[in-house]
Design a protein around this ligand. Sequence first.
Ligand code: IFM
Length: 486
Amino acid sequence: MNQVDERGALPSLPAAFVWGVGTSAFQIEGEAEGRSDSIWDRFCAEPGRIADGSDGRIACEHVSHLEEDVELLRSLGVNAYRFSISWPRVMPSGRGELSGEGLDFYDRLVDGLLDAGIEPWATLYHWDLPVELQDDGGWLDRRTVDRFTDYALGMHAALGDRVRQWATLNEPWCSAWLGYGSGVHAPGFADHPSAVRAAHHLLLAHGRAVEALRSQAPADHQLGIVLNLFSFHTAPGVSEDRTQEVERVVRLLDGEQNRWFLDPLLLGSYPPDLLETFAPHLEGFVRDGDLRQIAAPLDYLGVNYYSDHFLLPASDGSQEQGEHSGLAGPGSYPGVGNVRWSDPGDEGTSMGWHITPEGLKALLLRIGRDYPGAPALVVMENGAAFHDPLPGPDGTVEDPRRGAYLTSHVESLIEAVAQGADVRGYFAWTLLDNFEWSQGYTQRFGLVRVEEGSLRRFPKRSFEVYRDLIARYRGGGGSGSSGGSL
Ligand code: IFM
């Protein structure tokens, strides 16, 4: 890889670079009658949980629009597609036999992708735990670890003849911290010690599944996990006498968001500086050998990156506390008080997130620096929500800010690679406007608009921007169907 040249033009990425787009089952699939309920169905039914009172029962009806959606992927020029498997669709009670009907959908998806020259990247768990397992304790109960391992092995046995790229969990921080700590995600518990316990079982489920899959998978199968990592900073302009106190919180937030997951996965231990606070929460359920299992060697680490976060002392000025989208804010982090998130206002995305492309480069370089020997990195999610206009007369949605966001982040990634980061792929988030968890359908991240009611698909201008980015930075003169795997 060449360095950025004198004129500032960026080099291409290697021909084998993975260019993809991602989705998740609950957010797009619909056809809820074809599966059992997940914790998200139950959560959506509780009044006040979802901003617009909506749910995932119809979503984008991806199940019945499968061919059309694969055709969209083909015209986007990606060589990889990341999807998640709905556990309650393929194993309705969360245990036991796989359902033939549920598997049939993923068979058709995988075959359609391969026919289109697109490498399937499967994620086993993107938050939709079958309710029966929740009623047995969910991620607070160690038995869920074994059930996840059985499910992972079953899915790999069913699809592993065609799917070589596997991720165990998507963003365990969200499942644990938002699902059990602040309660803004399903199952909606608000108890910080429970978040720590759930996180441990999630990590253990990941490690056990990796170990089990290794013994079953051919050598060319790649196993990873996907974390949502953010960098935190003291906001510019914080007075000198308050800086120290904000810096302390910045360090704590970094610990809870990033190191609480990176350290056990890559170093085999929880971060020592957090243990003082969290050790009591770990008592009674961490067993000998757990951390060794959690640190099972990985083929790649998936990184979801959206934004850096800037902190202010709570009592400075009159801005609102930054609960934004429910994805961040002091309430989501145990022990974090006395700060608020700086609000980017109109400069940010509609989620209230700052737009910080340089943060992606810094993060990718930091992982390599702080975790020598870390596996290859793949950016598994990156994208932005904006309030888009309606489609114009030719059906195109003009969304220049999303196009600019994607461009600046892809270019930041290229700079990181030029400076030595081992990054092998990039997946834009996301193909379709979809169910954005506690925000319902009020936030749109898609490259394609999905019209409410008719569910008609309208590619946005950013769809073309991303297609052109792939063509511009794909090295080696290959076609859209080259590469796609690690
Ligand atoms: O839509 C979500 C996705 O499911 C997980 N990562 C963040 C995205 C945007 O909020």
